[in-house]
Design a protein around this ligand. Structure first.
Ligand SMILES: N[C@@H](CCC(=O)N[C@@H](CS)C(=O)NCC(=O)O)C(=O)O
Length: 204
């Protein structure tokens, strides 16, 4: 297999790197530079016609092109330590939190990135900066939802560190990169961020 990876601050490939670090796994990796436009190059488009990273090419020619699906594949191959939950309720809760991060927080963060950031101005045409600005407040408000959820518990699903924490960590760090920092008053979210950032996997 071959994992196509891109460097930080790209949040989605980082999910896979953190996941693999938590599992203690190493897989053969090819680097795709997004700033250099390699993700839109002819060679990479043959691997993933969407022109996005990460991708995982399997030995039978199948290519997985969603970060969470790639992590699910690795989880099935190497179940320990479990990062998608244990048992019906826990698995459902990890999935629920993961989806909430993706759909409630990553979407407005992504809209700020696509519609207000000078870096994306080169490729997102037209940009709608006024719309992008409205998503700033939305993203900060949704951070408050996670702050309340984390009040009094160590990790998002309440039992153990999971995929949901990985997706939230990569989203919060990417948000900070584009100027959306977690407000001081969100103490539980900030304490959680310190906790998960202290794990060796967060260096990925
Ligand atoms: N849903 C995909 C999203 C992948 C994605 O958006 N990757 C970004 C890097 S974080 C990318 O390749 N962006 C370049 C582009 O869309 O042109 C996943 O989670 O794997």
């Amino acid at each position: 297999m071959l994992l196509y990876d891109s460097a930080n601050p790209a949040p989605n490939p980082r999910r896979v790197r953190i996941f693999l670090a938590e599992k203690g796994m190493r897989v053969p990796t090819a680097h795709v530079s997004i700033p250099a436009g390699e993700h839109r190059g002819e060679d990479y488009l043959k691997v993933n016609p969407l022109g996005q990273t990460p991708s995982l090419a399997l030995d039978d020619g199948t290519v997985l092109t969603e970060s969470i699906s790639i992590c699910r594949y690795f989880e099935a191959l190497h179940p320990e330590p479990p990062l998608f939950g244990i048992g019906a309720q826990d698995i459902a809760e990890v999935d629920m939190w993961t989806r909430r991060v993706e759909m409630r927080l990553m979407i407005p963060v992504g809209m700020v990135w696509l519609h207000t950031h000078p870096f994306t101005a080169r490729v997102v045409k037209p940009q709608f900066p006024e719309f992008g600005e409205t998503q700033r407040q939305r993203a900060i408000a949704v951070m408050g939802e996670f702050d309340r959820a984390l009040d009094g518990q160590e990790f998002l699903d309440g039992r153990r560190y999971s995929m949901a924490d990985i997706v939230l960590l990569t989203t919060i760090d990417f948000a900070a990169f584009i100027g959306l920092t977690v407000p001081e008053e969100y103490e539980a979210l900030r304490a959680w961020h310190d906790r998960v950032s202290a794990r060796p996997s967060a260096a990925a």
